[in-house]
Design a protein around this ligand. Structure first.
Ligand code: UD1
Ligand code: CA
Length: 452
């Protein structure tokens, strides 16, 4: 959008979080709050996004990289003072500026657009996004003129009288301003209040007393405006976002057996007719195809899952899983693994940095690490790739159609050729030619009448 700018306030310490992590970096559904805000602002398409940083400045920069520009607020003297820091960047520009707090992670791009549109329709110099809160404690209250309903000013909870504290309409901390007028008004903001801070909401009263049009846009959904100041609000925000994401996926045709207890990141994609059981955790960038069954307490992080795949009580990280794959129960698919179509990784099997060609199986009790397993390979119960010699990792190759007997050790680096057999209990230290049988264990001797 031309001539539309955004300022995100993210310099505060977040004392009430009682945390060594800066407040705006606390995650909600696995993503830092300030990144949620940035994602939504970016989606709404503002020409420039300026983020005010202070406490944890380097960490915030590391998180948001060059998606936004930064201004440092060296001392945190209040939200008005924070916006003032963007003066050099923005004050000379003609246009509309939206100001958001880095601690309101649920605010959506649709609401930002509705706010800006309302502001422009009203021809206002300032428009505040408000909401009705059942429990408004802690928020700034919107004080309106009783006769006209016109917004007069915003009073902080700590500065409010008993009567003002009874007001349920709150300031969400998101506003839209005529850009030039915003920076003029900020010059007049003082700090005579309980907290001794320069309050951004004071510009509302300043503009209103100067006879300018000040508007309010009330969003119907309070949960979207939750401001996270402590761990209680963090949990509330987490829940609200979880339910928002879950409702979305149910509407897209995904079955969630218990949506209250299903945890899906905001960067996941799930195909229709997939079913997620209670306790499923989907972290980061995950794509799950259609017709999948993701069993109870499965955890999937930054991975791609094909169609018709079933995963029971397992952990999958940074891996690619094909179609109609069966995983678990109790399997661990570690980073950089690739399981092609119709493979099976069963009970108590750990796979690390390995590829399974289509149709290959490790059904029980195995460790397969740094291995390339061809197509239609059967890794018997207890097969182990011995990939580590105490200082270095080595690779194992098992070619198409090979059969590895139970409890075999494949000491890497080693290759088992196509359609070869490895006898149960073997410890293989040398390559096995294709289509052969390798037995690497001592012969059985029976001592008869030993008991006597
Ligand atoms: C603020 C509003 C309040 C509103 C609420 C909505 C003020 C004075 N009050 O209160 O009316 O109801 O948000 O959630 O604005 N920050 C800076 N620099 C500073 C101070 C704050 O960057 O000097 C940042 C913080 O990192 C935070 C945001 O501004 O992301 C809001 O500050 P916070 O202290 O949380 O304000 P609230 O008390 O919640
Ligand atoms: Ca806040």
């Amino acid at each position: 959008m031309n001539n539309r700018y955004a300022v995100i306030l993210a310099a505060g310490q977040g004392t009430r979080m009682k945390s060594s992590l800066y407040k705006v970096l606390h995650p909600v559904v696995g993503k830092p709050m300030v990144e949620h805000v940035t994602d939504q602002v970016s989606q709404a398409g503002f020409a420039e996004i300026v983020t005010i940083i202070g406490h944890g400045a380097e960490s915030v920069k590391e998180q948001l990289k060059d998606r936004v520009s930064y201004v440092l607020q060296e001392e945190q003297l209040g939200t008005g003072h924070a916006v003032m820091q963007a003066q050099n960047k923005l004050a000379a520009k003609e246009g509309t500026t939206i100001v958001l707090c880095g601690d309101t992670p649920l605010i959506s791009s649709e609401t930002m657009e509705a706010l800006v549109n309302h502001h422009e329709e009203q021809g206002a110099k300032a428009t505040v996004l408000t909401a009705h809160a059942d429990d408004p404690a802690g928020y700034g209250r919107v004080v309106r003129e009783p006769s006209s309903g016109q917004v007069n000013r915003i009073v902080e909870h700590k500065d409010a009288t008993e009567a003002e504290r009874g007001i349920r309409e709150i300031n969400t901390g998101t506003y839209c301003f005529d850009n030039a007028r915003l920076f003029e008004a900020l010059e007049h903001v003082g700090n005579e209040n309980v907290q001794g801070e320069y309050y951004l909401p004071d510009v509302i009263e300043i503009m209103q007393s100067a006879g300018e049009v000040v508007a309010a846009y009330q969003t119907p959904d309070f949960s979207e405006t939750i401001g996270v100041n402590d761990r209680l609000a963090l949990a509330e925000a987490e829940k609200a976002m979880r339910l928002r994401i879950n409702r979305y996926w149910m509407k897209q045709g995904v079955t969630l057996i218990d949506p209250e207890h299903t945890y899906i990141s905001s960067d996941a994609e799930i195909g229709p007719d997939s079913t997620l059981y209670p306790g499923v955790v989907v972290n980061g960038e995950v794509t799950i195809g259609s017709n999948c069954t993701i069993g109870a307490h499965t955890q999937i992080t930054d991975s791609t899952i094909g169609n018709g795949t079933e995963i029971q009580q397992s952990v999958v990280s940074n891996s690619t899983i094909g179609n109609e794959v069966q995983i678990g129960p109790y399997a661990h698919i570690r980073p950089d693994s690739k399981l092609e179509d119709q493979t099976k990784v069963g009970n108590f099997v750990e796979v690390k940095k390995s590829t399974f060609g289509a149709g290959s199986k490790a059904s029980h009790l195995s460790y397969i690490g740094d291995a390339e397993i061809g197509k239609d390979v059967n890794l018997g119960c207890g097969s182990i790739t011995v990939n580590y010699d105490g200082s270095q990792k080595h690779r194992t190759t098992v070619e198409d159609g090979a059969f590895i007997g139970c409890n075999a050790n494949l000491i890497a680096p080693v290759t088992v050729g196509a359609k070869a057999y490895v006898a149960a209990g073997s410890t293989i230290t040398e390559d096995v030619p294709g289509e052969s049988l390798s037995i690497a264990r001592s012969r059985q001797t029976n001592k008869e009448n030993y008991l006597k």
